[in-house]
Design a protein around this ligand. Structure first.
Ligand code: TRP
Length: 449
């Protein structure tokens, strides 16, 4: 049985959906603060290396296995496992992905809620004339109010459930065909603003001139985790999307397009944020609040900034929505595919679980701000983020790479890859068989032992 929905109507619709999944808070919210905490350009360089040598090959592997299996992530891996390795236990990789997706969605929705909260705030002139201290106070007030966070989180999760359940999916994807380029254009304008009003030279140097002494195991693992997170790989999103992928679409070409769009957005977001950081005396290693305290300074100073800021955060919410949809999708596909029942009921049930898990993130920024489980530096949110992005996604991704590289018969992989470029296929196969597994397992062991 093929999954219950229609395949993507066209190659273009599929690419838009996959780019929509990849581009989201990971680019605009997470990448700048991870780069800022990881020492700037050293992080960026390692990140780019991870995208190219590990991320794109695994993206290809995940789409390939998804299209080959044609079902929900768990059934796809169980079936392919039974077929090519004699063990349906590979379904566990899909199962681990389902659990990981729930946790990622739980905090993703809370952060998207911050962006949602900033739409009316910007529109009502909340940032007018603000400097760094003022935007920090505004953001601190939002974080300090668990009820407000809960309200915005609930609103965003409801939107996600509605889109996945309500069959307006196609509409959202069609709309984002315009809205995503609009977000991209907004980022360009913000970079332009940074050139005029920010300390662009310092911001760009911070992001692009690596100080190699800053690279250590921690930076490499963080950058690798960010590459998985940003490309939406390692938990089955792309397995689920691949299962709806029409046969004629070139997987390697699609993967390159996804990675290019995704990386361009992340770098632009960084170039928008850091000139403001340095011009207004903010801290590059501010952490998860970084974009929410820097960009409002720009909106507060530029002409028509109230409108511009509101539109920017609204577009960010849309970008987050197309990503959140892709986190809910594999879980719902697993539910309906494995256990039956209606799509709507599964969406509501899964959304409710992820919503409840979101409390852990909400409280991490107020009631539990001082709580450090297991000692050390990490809050509850930091642990969820670390265990999902830096541990589960890389592990899931590597297992998928190993499966596609070693167990999937060469001819099958070659047929899915598309026969037009034999040399490229050989490079891909070497990367998923050897380079990706060794490098990821290497950094994980280095950090965890
Ligand atoms: N890539 C998205 C972002 O950058 C988030 C996301 C969507 C994701 N689906 C995923 C992350 C699957 C990991 C796995 O905002």
């Amino acid at each position: 049985m093929v999954a219950q929905h229609a395949a993507w109507s066209s190659r273009f619709a599929f690419i838009m959906a996959a780019v929509g999944s990849a581009v989201g808070l990971g680019n605009v919210w997470k990448f700048p603060y991870m780069a800022g905490s990881g020492g700037g350009a050293a992080f960026v360089l390692v990140y780019l290396g991870c995208v190219l040598l590990v991320g794109v090959p695994i993206l290809v592997a995940e789409l390939m296995l998804g299209r080959r299996g044609g079902r929900d992530p768990v059934s796809t891996m169980a079936t392919l496992g039974a077929q090519h390795s004699g063990s349906a236990a590979w379904g566990l990789v899909g199962g681990a992905g389902v659990v990981t997706a729930l946790f990622v969605l739980s905090f993703y929705s809370v952060i998207a809620g911050w962006a949602l909260a900033y739409v009316p705030k910007a529109l009502l002139g909340g940032f007018a004339g603000a400097d760094g201290a003022a935007t920090q106070a505004t953001f601190g007030a939002l974080l300090g109010n668990p009820l407000a966070l809960l309200g915005w989180h609930t609103a965003f999760m409801a939107m996600t459930v509605f889109v996945v359940a309500g069959g307006v999916r196609g509409g959202v994807e069609r709309a984002s065909t315009w809205l995503m380029p609009a977000l991209f254009a907004m980022l360009l304008v913000l970079v332009g603003y940074g050139m005029v009003a920010g300390d662009f030279a310092r911001g760009a140097a911070y992001l692009l001139q690596p100080d190699f002494s800053k690279i250590d195991g921690g930076v490499v693992l963080a950058a690798a985790g960010q590459a998985f997170f940003s490309l939406s790989i390692g938990l089955g999103t792309m397995l689920a999307y691949g299962s709806y992928l029409p046969a004629g679409v070139s997987i390697p070409r699609t993967s390159v397009v996804i990675a290019l769009c995704d990386t361009a957005c992340a770098v632009l977001a960084g170039l928008a944020v850091f000139p403001i950081v340095f011009a207004f005396g903010l801290d590059p290693s501010e952490g998860p609040g970084l974009v929410f305290v820097t960009l409002p300074v720009a909106f507060g100073q530029m002409p028509a900034g109230a409108l511009f800021g509101a539109v920017f955060f609204a577009l960010l919410v849309v970008a987050a929505l197309t990503s959140a949809v892709s986190l809910l999708e594999p879980v719902v596909a697993w539910g309906t595919g494995r256990h039956g029942g209606s799509r709507g009921a599964w969406c509501l049930g899964v959304g409710t679980v992820a919503w409840a898990l979101g409390f852990l993130t909400i409280f991490s920024f107020n009631l539990w701000a001082e709580v450090r489980p297991l000692g050390g530096e990490r809050t509850v949110f930091d642990w969820i983020d670390y265990l999902t992005s830096s541990v589960m996604l890389p592990l899931g991704g590597v297992l998928l790479a190993l499966f596609a590289g070693w167990l999937l018969p060469r001819e099958v992989a070659a047929a899915e890859f598309g026969a037009d470029d034999a040399a490229l296929f050989r490079v891909w196969r070497f990367l998923v068989r050897v380079v990706a597994p060794l490098s990821v397992v290497g950094v994980l062991l280095d950090r965890l032992l």
